[in-house]
Write a new protein. Sequence first.
Length: 333
Amino acid sequence: MINIAIVGATGLVGRTFLKVLEEKNFENCTYTLFASKKSAGVNIKFFNQDYTVNELKDNSFDNNKFDYVLFSAGGDVSKHFAPIAARNGCIVIDNSSAFRMNKDVPLVVPEVNPEKISNDSLIIANPNCSTIQAVVALKPLFDNYGIKRIIYSTYQAVSGAGQKGIEDFYNTQKGLNANKFPYKIYNNCIPQIDVFLENDYTKEEIKMIEETKKILNDDTLNITATCVRVPVLNSHSESINVELKTEFNIDDVKKLLAKSESIALLDDTKRQIYPLATFATDKDDVFIGRVRRDFSVKNGLNLWVVADNIRKGAASNAVQILEKLLEKNKGTE
Ligand SMILES: NC(=O)c1ccc[n+]([C@@H]2O[C@H](COP(=O)([O-])OP(=O)(O)OC[C@H]3O[C@@H](n4cnc5c(N)ncnc54)[C@H](OP(=O)(O)O)[C@@H]3O)[C@@H](O)[C@H]2O)c1
């Protein structure tokens, strides 16, 4: 029997973990749910059973109780509790940014760098939601043509900021003040996600740049990013402009993307078909459309990439990592 703990089980990502585990029939496991003191005692229905949420404490992982722990409770919680869990024999799959750029921590998107998934790791990091969908789209291009430069422009949903992001959307729609975002998100596009750094980029933009380099294992990539919060409930949309290293035929690029793992090509401009946030929501694929040559530069390409930030951008990606770890374990039994 595999023993799994879920930290942040009451949150947007945590509840989606439960949904994805149910969908994938992860039945032969025991589950223990954790959240903050505020949620201790709350009941959550999961696999048709009532699970009571426990308050996460320093002794929650004592006695090597768990094999795997899925964390989605923010960076501070991960920073404090993930090392405790790891010391108690668990493999941590962490959704926060706490360990992503730590050189000993694999940063994994299973379609892109599955070779980094190992039961020898203490902590495995899930990348930022906006990075995950971008690298799924870029990996086939990277492998087949090489990439010189990437320009990311994102249009990120309010759910990317958790339950409080969604509350801000509805509150500001009613005319109330913003609480989570720096300005009213309703009727606005806010060109700030996370805090500003010394170089005038936001932390989100630097995460996309650095995480892309780490996952594609190429420090020479030239990348820039502008990340924008938009008044959309769920699913992030991204315009990705890429300069490839070699020449390409646009039809070959479309065929390549269409046959790549976890990518669904929705690209028929004659019928006005392209990916939309409402269509991507509740699905695990990364949807790509508006694939076209950028005539302003040699070997330039434009893509429009949309995915559910809570599913592929967080919970589904983490559960895919867990599936691969379990497969590897079976192989060594
Ligand atoms: N939303 C996304 O699109 C997305 C995508 C990728 C990664 N992530 C990452 O996933 C994490 C969770 O995001 P979310 O969107 O699910 O946020 P959320 O809806 O605000 O949920 C936060 C969760 O963390 C729990 N929590 C807060 N403080 C805690 C503590 N001291 N001890 C234990 N649990 C605590 C909350 O429990 P209570 O209910 O008891 O407060 C809740 O279960 C964050 O690190 C975020 O960066 C989110």
